[in-house]
Design a protein around this ligand. Structure first.
Ligand code: ADP
Ligand code: MG
Length: 248
């Protein structure tokens, strides 16, 4: 479903991804953990081509991109590749001048060219799914952070992506609002969505992940089941990171 092979990305002289390889099966949830600056966001942004990798191969669904430094990707090719992913950002990134339902309709209208009635119907269905049926006509400033992030998740799902990507979706939230967002994500994982989640929520990782991937210094240090990585690892770098996050 998702196969990343030997991916490299640098920003000027800073090499951020140094040969990342991993694979995630359809319908499974992978949680990526690792210290700040280890390249987690860059990896997610490469997956949906918000950043263009320098080298490597990415397979998403039935499309494979083989990137070498000499190739310039065609715009149409990038758009169709990107359409397979839906991204949920740390800072929600909702349009402030649009209501919740309009936010969830926007990409359906502008990118997918859906009819307005269909887009609205789908948006209302998804907002109900994330528990916001009574907030559909509110603007972002009238919603709590947890509610805004749930709109963000509905918006990502509205595009019917093959894969949902989450970049620290709860780290901007007040602690008491984290649970409602994680619950929505757990429900999606249980429904068999394919998800890649960057998070520091270790309890969520333990409960929802099929695979835990530990990144450090631009490489995958270790990957396995939550049990493998959280309870059975002997890798010193993994152990050091887990000790640090459990202290917090
Ligand atoms: P993480 O999400 O694991 O904290 P990031 O992928 O955000 O890590 O960043 C990895 C490194 O790449 C950091 O040193 C960061 O400053 C750098 N970086 C990320 N994006 C850019 C960019 N657009 N330009 C230059 N440096 C960047
Ligand atoms: Mg990050």
């Amino acid at each position: 479903m998702i196969i990343i092979d030997n991916l490299y990305k640098r920003f000027d002289s800073l090499e951020v991804l140094k040969g990342v390889s991993l694979s995630i099966e359809k319908g499974k949830t992978a949680v990526i953990i690792g210290p700040s600056g280890s390249g987690k966001t860059t990896l997610l942004r490469c997956l949906n081509l918000l950043e263009i990798p320098d080298q490597g191969t990415i397979t998403l669904g039935n499309k494979t991109l083989d990137i070498t430094s000499r190739i310039r990707l065609k715009q149409a090719e990038m758009v169709s590749f990107r359409k397979q992913t839906g991204m949920v950002f740390q800072s929600y990134n909702l349009f402030p001048h649009l209501t919740a339902v309009e936010n969830v309709m926007e990409g359906q209208l502008s990118v997918l060219k859906r009819a307005k009635d269909d887009a609205r119907k789908k948006a209302l269905f998804l907002l109900e799914k994330v528990g916001l049926h009574d907030r559909t006509d509110m603007y972002p400033f009238q919603l709590s952070g947890g509610q805004q992030q749930r709109v963000g998740i509905a918006r990502a799902m509205a595009m019917d992506p093959e894969v949902l990507l989450f970049d620290e979706p709860t780290s901007a939230l007040d602690p008491e609002l984290v649970g409602e967002v994680l619950q929505v994500m757990k429900d999606l994982a249980n429904e068999g969505r394919t998800m890649v989640v960057v998070t520091h929520e270790m309890k969520f990782a333990g409960e929802a992940a099929d695979q835990v991937i530990f990144m450090d210094g631009g490489v995958v240090v270790e990957k396995g089941t939550p049990e493998d990585v959280f309870n059975a690892t002997k890798n010193p770098r993994t152990l050091q990171f887990l000790n640090k996050v459990s202290d917090r």
